[in-house]
Design a protein around this ligand. Structure first.
Ligand SMILES: Cc1cc2nc3c(=O)[nH]c(=O)nc-3n(C[C@H](O)[C@H](O)[C@H](O)COP(=O)(O)O)c2cc1C
Length: 355
């Protein structure tokens, strides 16, 4: 079967992966209300195209945090890529570098940061940090990320504990036994190998707004908060001088019954008033979805599961194809709606009366 859409990659990936791996990747929390709504909410939005504009040339390029990317379609942090493809994050990094988009590398990558950077030395990357209770460890991780050329820190705020993923409980998934983890504390020794002594370092439960200044005193890197869903938190984020806000509900894997990301985006964009860039992820599967997110104020969208589907199907080439398919669909959506550049994508494109 030829793979022409992200939905095709999803179906093909499911055939390639064990049930345990597939269930971990899909992994919705509780009843999956938000997981389903992330997709459904995009489909409730209708577009208002403009015609008779010269769309013989259309440019998908944009910038995030001042750096140019080929299209506003980048890679969300997702853990444990070796579950989908043996070369893990090294393959993801190569594909992102070739596509000239940003790859946010997870704290829980299954390869070391050093190996990821060595695989794609010219890649544009941000580092996603799950803030740990041990501040020495936070400092160490940040220094490594800085030294390796990561350009921003993405602080995930929606995981004080892991959401209840029913599939993983039924499957008795034990990450430490099933996935090749690395020890965050010792980048050189024992990495990419299982160790009986290894314990997964969990995010801090006590990390709060006041601790942001501590992070800011450790690093000069731009700080982006991932997982913001309300205007109140968006306003606090601006007040605490972060450089970016990432609207996300973790792909419906954390608190269930929160709004779909695309629905939360409008409220956050309005609260931020253009002071910082706003990004989003969750349920982006087509070029029209990208167009809608940008029209509603996102500077860039990010992909979680579709990247893992690409990896599971064809490794680095699969990730490249997923990114290419979405970029081409987005370009077509721009042409068909009369937008010649990303700057021309505006809220007028959206029909607000819902079906
Ligand atoms: C298997 C998997 C692992 C994830 N791991 C992380 C992670 O380590 N850090 C993080 O901030 N978000 C993580 N996420 C959430 C993603 O960054 C992202 O918010 C979500 O997948 C976006 O939704 P989508 O899958 O519909 O594109 C993970 C998501 C999945 C599916």
């Amino acid at each position: 079967m030829s793979l022409v859409s992200l939905a095709d990659f999803k179906a093909h990936a499911q055939e390639h992966l064990s049930k345990l791996s597939w269930d971990f990747i899909e992994g919705e929390a509780d009843e999956g209300i938000t997981y389903n709504d992330n997709i459904a909410a995009f489909k409730r939005i209708r577009l208002r195209p403009r015609y008779l504009r010269d769309v013989s040339e259309v440019d998908t390029r944009t910038t995030i945090q001042g750096q140019e990317i080929e299209a506003p379609i980048c890679i969300s942090p997702t853990a444990f890529h070796s579950i989908a493809w043996p070369d893990g994050e090294r393959s993801t990094a190569r594909a992102a570098q070739e596509a000239n988009v940003c790859y946010i590398t997870s704290t829980y990558a299954s390869c070391t940061l050093e190996d990821i950077v060595a695989a794609a030395p010219r890649g544009f990357r941000w580092f996603q940090l799950y803030v740990q209770s041990d501040w020495e460890l936070n400092k160490q991780l940040i220094r490594r990320a800085e030294g390796l050329g990561f350009k921003a820190l993405v602080i995930t705020v929606d995981v004080p504990v892991t959401g209840k993923r029913r599939r993983d409980i039924r499957n008795q998934l034990n990450l430490e036994a099933n996935i090749m983890l690395k020890d965050l504390r010792s980048p050189e020794a024992g990495n990419s190998t299982q160790s009986a002594k290894f314990h997964m370092s969990l995010p801090s439960r006590s990390f709060c707004w006041n601790d942001l200044s501590l992070l800011q005193s450790i690093t000069q890197l731009p700080i982006i908060l991932k997982g913001i869903l309300t205007k109140e938190d968006a306003e606090l984020a601006v007040k605490h001088n972060v450089q970016g806000i990432f609207v996300s509900n973790h792909g419906g894997r954390q608190l269930d019954e929160v709004p779909a990301s695309i629905d939360a985006l409008t409220e956050v964009v309005a609260a931020v008033k253009g002071k910082v860039e706003v990004y989003m992820d969750g349920g982006v599967r087509t070029g029209n979805d990208v167009l809608k997110a940008l029209a509603l104020g996102a500077k860039c969208i990010f992909l979680g599961r579709p990247i893992i589907w690409g990896l599971a199907c064809k490794g680095e080439h699969g990730v490249k194809e997923v990114l290419n398919i979405l970029k081409e669909e987005f370009q077509t959506s721009m042409v068909l709606s009369g937008c010649r550049s990303v700057a021309e994508i505006s809220p007028d494109l959206i029909q607000f009366s819902r079906l």
